[in-house]
Design a protein around this ligand. Structure first.
Ligand code: NAD
Ligand code: UDP
Length: 328
């Protein structure tokens, strides 16, 4: 059996990747320090004989005492509010953490796939965004801690590929959603769904004319799986090109949830990208991949997940307390 290490395993995407690799017959080692993740995302794997979990902060040296064939590096805060609250941890996990994982991959002769993001395009001046676009990032703005960590992550990954001949893969993930997102992580989908379920008004940042293109988690996982087993070392966009303004999206959520509430407007966060849509021609031709789950279907599945949370979880409005995970 092949063995895979998945960092960020207790997070939203990492936990779905654990499920997928286990179902494909891999031995999976999950690694996480729970800073933005949650133990309950991997609770169902507790008695799974092919799953092991290591509680570890990957910004510290990473040691694995068995062979490894593959590494999926997904550890990093991913929500703008999360990474604004822990900016230094975000920079460290993308830089020092990635360096540790690349060193481990080299020592184990393992292939490594790293999770990059559409944020490498910043507030894009080219639309839709193809892998050829170099981006428009404000290095010193509040989002710079995430965007630049991810850009550094791509650079060091390519350096390990070119200099050490390491087998590397880079996925540029566009907004992905589904069950196991943290309700209070501040991202727009859990935010709107939590507000609808609690009977609060939906908070639109700015005038709501900014766009996003939302990809359901199963489609994202399929794209990542195919990329890992392709022979392509350069970045590949994986996302759903179906673009919508945040204002229209809020109205879709109001209809879906049947809430009697309305929308209210708050300030647009600094450097919030005004438009985002992946050009997925490369993924289509290289991986024969395209998304299959439309937004209506994916949102129902996601809403059913949030509806199933306990009242206690639903009413945890305040942001997660990160203090016990932080070491300087
Ligand atoms: P998430 O916050 O749910 O998961 C991230 C996980 O990484 C959490 O479980 C967290 O505890 C863990 N982690 C963070 N720092 C760590 C550290 N130093 N050591 C060990 N574990 C650590 O977020 P997600 O949405 O699942 O995102 C996963 C990855 O995908 C991230 O790298 C993110 O940048 C990338 N990504 C996600 C999206 C998306 O739309 N979901 C979009 C672009 C990129
Ligand atoms: N947003 C919003 N209301 C919220 C949360 C987010 O209008 O309560 C907006 C946010 O300003 C951004 C979009 O929704 O334009 C997507 O935000 P998210 O935090 O999900 O991720 P981003 O794509 O910005 O990384």
């Amino acid at each position: 059996m092949k063995r895979v290490l998945i960092t960020g395993a207790a997070g939203f995407l990492g936990s779905h990747l654990c499920d997928r690799f286990l179902s494909e017959g891999f031995k999976v080692i999950g690694m996480d320090n729970f800073i933005t993740g949650d133990e309950k995302n991997i609770e169902h794997l507790k008695h799974e004989s092919n799953f092991n979990f290591i509680n570890h902060d990957i910004t510290e040296f990473v040691s694995i005492d068995t062979d490894l064939d593959y590494i999926l590096h997904f550890a990093s805060p991913a929500s703008p509010i999360d990474y604004l609250k822990i900016p230094i941890q975000t920079l460290k996990v993308g830089s020092l953490g990635t360096h540790n994982l690349l060193g481990l991959a080299k020592a184990k002769k393992a292939r490594i796939l790293i999770a990059s993001t559409s944020e490498v395009y910043g507030d894009p001046l080219v639309h839709p965004q193809s892998e050829k676009y170099y981006g428009n990032v404000n290095t010193i703005g509040p989002r710079g801690v995430y965007d630049e960590a991810k850009r550094f992550q791509e650079s060091i990954t390519m350096a390990y590929h070119r200099f050490h001949g390491l087998e590397t893969r880079i996925v540029r993930i566009f907004n992905t959603y589904g069950p196991r997102m943290r309700l209070n992580d501040g991202r727009v989908i859990p935010a709107f769904m939590g507000q609808a379920l609690r009977g609060e008004d939906l908070t639109i940042f700015g005038d709501g004319s900014q766009t996003r293109s939302f990809c359901y988690v199963d489609d994202q996982v399929e794209g990542i799986f195919r990329l890992m087993f392709s022979d392509y070392s350069y970045p590949v966009n994986i996302g759903n090109p179906n673009e919508i303004t945040i204002k229209d999206f809020a109205n879709e959520i109001i209809k879906l949830t049947g809430t009697a509430q309305k929308v209210i407007y708050k300030d647009l966060p600094k450097d919030d990208p005004l438009q985002r849509q992946p050009d997925i021609s490369l993924a289509k031709s290289l991986l024969n991949w395209e998304p299959k789950v439309n937004r209506a279907e994916g949102m129902v599945k996601t809403f059913n997940y949030f509806k199933g949370l306990s009242d206690k979880e639903l009413n945890k409005r305040e942001h997660k307390d990160f203090s016990k995970h932080i070491k300087y």
